[in-house]
Design a binder for this molecule. Structure first.
Ligand SMILES: Cc1cc2nc3c(=O)[nH]c(=O)nc-3n(C[C@H](O)[C@H](O)[C@H](O)COP(=O)(O)OP(=O)(O)OC[C@H]3O[C@@H](n4cnc5c(N)ncnc54)[C@H](O)[C@@H]3O)c2cc1C
Length: 433
């Protein structure tokens, strides 16, 4: 597909998760397909991005497109390129927008094509933080991988296959002990490689997991042969003939590597709109939106990872880099453009999930205040509540059933008061509400 000098009543910039769910809602709510254009620099139409760090990395039975185009993540229709064209939606892939003139309502592509709009939805998402951003020497060596797009995942898998051709012992260092590092680690260890996670925190997913919860996952990973190096940093990469061979750590350790995978977070893609819309300065950054996901520029909305809004639950202006928020904001703005002002303001209950090996957890709310653990880790089903001023503000559950996950969600949604015997009641407390 190639860009043309065209004019659309609505343009969605960014072909990520939010765009797929926007298009789905647009059609569901009676929007005219030919009024809508989606512009993306990716090579493929919108897909369920979380698959990339999960089933996409499996050595056998891996997820591949077209299997995970949106909106299969919620059991919806698989929106392949034909779905968009059959609805008359113009989906421009491999089309990078290089400048945005919001006053004149025009976007300009890399090749100079002007695309004008009446309404614009900014869904430019986030990009990975690169080792270059930390000025890590050797960041540009061959063999350093990131994971945001299908092409990144393909390159990583090819890198492993190439390394395996040279010998059975393939050493991979993953930089980062967050959920990307954990999920990628779980996927790659199945390839029979030697895997080491290096991260500066004192435990895995330190911002979310308590020492007790993290302890379970750390033991589990170590049991699968994954080495964890905590409280340390990759400060340099060294190589031979332009190819990475060694990860040098702050502690002075030197790890032999064939591949390095970096999972150190993401930054919102806001640069095109600097000076044209109000931005949230400093980390986490993002484009400020109001309760209807409208930016400070008339007729311009922002959705998904790039949008900074105030969920009622936290009252803090922040971004939510979570797939559920991308899906919901996409659908919300489609309705808002089609029938302005007829729905309640957007709200989002912070929610996150992850799947690693045969583990699967969900988390709702905030991990703030005092944690109360429940369940027996050896049984595989356990979790924690977080209590602040007598209210349960966060709930985490490993291996919950659909009903149990819905129950912990309800605890947070209803701002349940914590009973004095919460620990003894455990999951039964959630089920009793
Ligand atoms: C590997 C991975 C695993 C994840 N796993 C989970 C998970 O388990 N659970 C969870 O809740 N969340 C997860 N997430 C986060 C989730 O995928 C994101 O929250 C979601 O993808 C955000 O959707 P979006 O549409 O806002 O942005 P994105 O999906 O990032 O899409 C933005 C799109 O816009 C394009 N774009 C940007 N600028 C331009 C431009 N100038 N011109 C043209 N196109 C442009 C980008 O290339 C991209 O295609 C994961 C993310 C990653 C990367």
């Amino acid at each position: 597909m190639s860009a043309a000098s065209k004019s659309f009543s609505t343009v969605l910039l960014g072909g990520g998760v939010a765009s797929g769910y926007f298009a789905r809602e647009w059609i569901k709510e009676g929007g005219k397909g030919s009024d809508l254009a989606i512009i993306s620099d990716d090579t493929v139409v919108a897909y369920e991005r979380p698959a990339l760090s999960k089933a996409y990395l499996f050595p056998e039975g891996a997820a591949r497109l077209p299997g995970f185009y949106t909106s299969v993540g919620v059991g919806g229709e698989r929106q392949d390129p034909t779905w968009y064209s059959s609805h008359g939606i113009e989906y421009l892939t491999e089309t990078a927008i290089k400048s945005a003139d919001l006053k004149n309502k025009t976007l300009t592509t890399e090749d100079g094509t002007a695309i004008s709009f009446e309404k614009l939805v900014i869904g430019t998402g986030a990009r990975v933080t690169r080792l270059e951003d930390f000025k890590t020497p050797g960041a540009d060596l061959e063999g350093v991988y990131y994971l945001r797009k299908v092409a990144d995942a393909d390159a990583l898998l090819e890198g492993i296959a190439e390394a395996k051709k040279k010998g059975p012992d393939v050493n991979i260092v993953i930089v980062g002990g967050g959920y990307i590092g954990m999920e990628v680690g779980a996927g790659l260890v199945k390839h029979g490689v030697n895997l080491t996670l290096v991260f500066p925190e004192s435990r895995l997913m330190e911002r979310l997991l308590t020492p007790e919860l993290a302890g379970f996952y750390e033991k589990y990973y170590e049991g699968k042969g994954v080495k964890l190096i905590k409280k340390d940093l990759v400060t340099a990469l060294e190589g031979t003939d332009g190819k990475v061979t060694t990860a040098v750590l702050k502690s002075g350790k030197r790890l032999p590597v064939d591949l390095v995978v970096v999972g150190t977070g993401a930054r919102p893609n806001v640069e095109l709109f600097k000076g044209a819309v109000d931005l949230l300065e400093g980390p986490p950054g993002g484009i400020k939106v109001d309760g209807r996901l409208q930016t400070s520029a008339p007729g311009v909305f922002a959705v998904g990872d790039v949008a900074a809004f105030k969920p009622a639950f936290t009252g803090e202006l922040t971004r939510q880099e979570h797939v559920t928020n991308a899906r919901l904001t996409g659908a919300y703005v489609a309705r808002e453009i089609l029938t302005p002002g007829t729905q309640p303001e957007y709200d989002y209950l912070p929610f996150f999930y992850s799947r690693e090996f045969d583990l699967s957890w969900q988390f709702y709310g905030q991990s703030q205040g005092d944690p109360v653990h429940f369940g027996d880790q050896s049984s595989g089903k356990f979790g924690a509540y977080w209590i602040k001023d007598g209210t349960v503000v966060g709930a985490f559950l490993e291996s919950g059933s659909e009903e149990e996950n819905a129950a912990i969600k309800k605890v947070i949604q209803t701002k349940a008061k914590a009973p004095s015997d919460l620990q003894a009641q455990g999951l039964a407390f959630a089920a009793s509400l």
